[in-house]
Design a protein around this ligand. Structure first.
Ligand code: PMV
Length: 307
């Protein structure tokens, strides 16, 4: 019996996507930039059979199933049994939908031998989750406003990401809904768009010139700008919890003491810290000492693939 297994890493944005210029084509209002996390992934298996979608060992709910069907209808057949599982907590601001849809699209492409090109796959996977297209490429993935996907070679050999799990509960409001509210109601949204484009241009130069400090600073600033524009929405959208803010401060203080690390947050309370591998044990000591929550450690790199 035909069986395909696809795996996709999570991607974490350094320059964030938060809003669609075109809802139907899922074109973003701003350019975003991300890195994939090698050790946090979705694995999806595809087998012949009537359509069914299982997520983390359970029948997926109707909303999740519909999103999968929306992608599936672009393939020649829908007789496929899909089982997807994440090796990290689902829907806690860890972009599980991004790795999930990247694995889904690349896996379906292989299963039905559709031979879609990278840009075509990017268009399809965006139907499920906009940011998922960035998991289709390695290195610094760039999702442009016109929808195209490019990458810049990662010149930093020893980067790692720590994911501090402030809460492992499902988020109260989905990024899909929340970004619509921000775009429609935040008076500072157009200013945020302009600043975000400037951040993109600056980080692009910093990556090319291998300036980690500048990459980190722009990444932190861009995350702060995102959470500010979210707060300016009506109703305000607040993903940061008091413990998230404590971790952000910890990162700032650690830098004053000579550690290298930069923090970013997405549509959830968890904090991701970009660090250098050579300082991993120092960061782990600090987290164990000062933060009571669990954290995940991941290497950087990789992309969605199927066999
Ligand atoms: O693609 P979505 O709907 O999961 O939205 C992702 C939004 C952020 O994670 C907050 C930012 C980003 O660019 O990944």
């Amino acid at each position: 019996m035909k069986k395909v297994i696809a795996r996709s890493p999570v991607n974490i944005a350094l320059i964030k996507y938060w809003g669609k210029a075109n809802e139907q084509l899922v074109l973003p209002t701003t350019t975003s930039v991300s890195l994939t996390l090698t050790d946090l992934w979705t694995e999806t298996t595809f087998e012949e059979g009537s359509f069914n979608f299982e997520l983390n060992g359970k029948q997926a709910d109707s909303n999740e199933t519909q999103r999968v069907k929306d992608v599936l209808k672009h393939f020649r057949d829908d007789r496929v049994h899909i089982k997807s599982k994440n090796n990290f907590p689902t829907a806690s601001g860890l972009a599980s939908s991004a790795s999930g849809f990247a694995a889904l699209t690349v896996g379906l492409n292989h299963f039905f031998q559709a031979n879609y090109t990278l840009q075509e796959l990017a268009t399809l996977t965006r139907i499920g989750s906009g940011s998922s297209c960035r998991s289709l490429v390695d290195d610094f993935a760039i999702w442009h406003r016109n929808g195209s996907l490019t990458s810049i070679t990662n010149p930093f050999e020893d980067l790692m990401m720590l994911v501090v799990l402030i809460s492992e509960e499902k988020k109260a409001i989905s990024s899909r809904e929340a970004m619509k509210i921000t775009k429609a109601t935040a008076p500072t949204y157009s200013q945020w768009m302009k600043e975000s484009e400037q951040d993109y241009l600056e980080i692009q130069g910093a990556i090319q010139h291998k300036k980690l400090h500048q990459v980190g600073n722009v990444m932190e600033r861009n995350s702060q700008r995102l959470h500010q524009v979210m707060k300016n929405s009506l109703p305000p959208i607040i993903y940061q919890q008091p413990s998230s803010l404590a971790v952000l401060n910890l990162v700032k203080d650690a830098r004053k003491k000579g550690l290298i690390g930069y923090a970013t947050m997405d549509a959830g309370p968890n904090v991701k810290i970009l660090i250098q591998k050579s300082q991993l044990s120092l960061w782990e000591d600090l987290l164990k000492q000062k933060v009571k929550c669990r954290y995940l450690v991941s290497r950087i790199g990789g992309k969605a693939h199927a066999e």
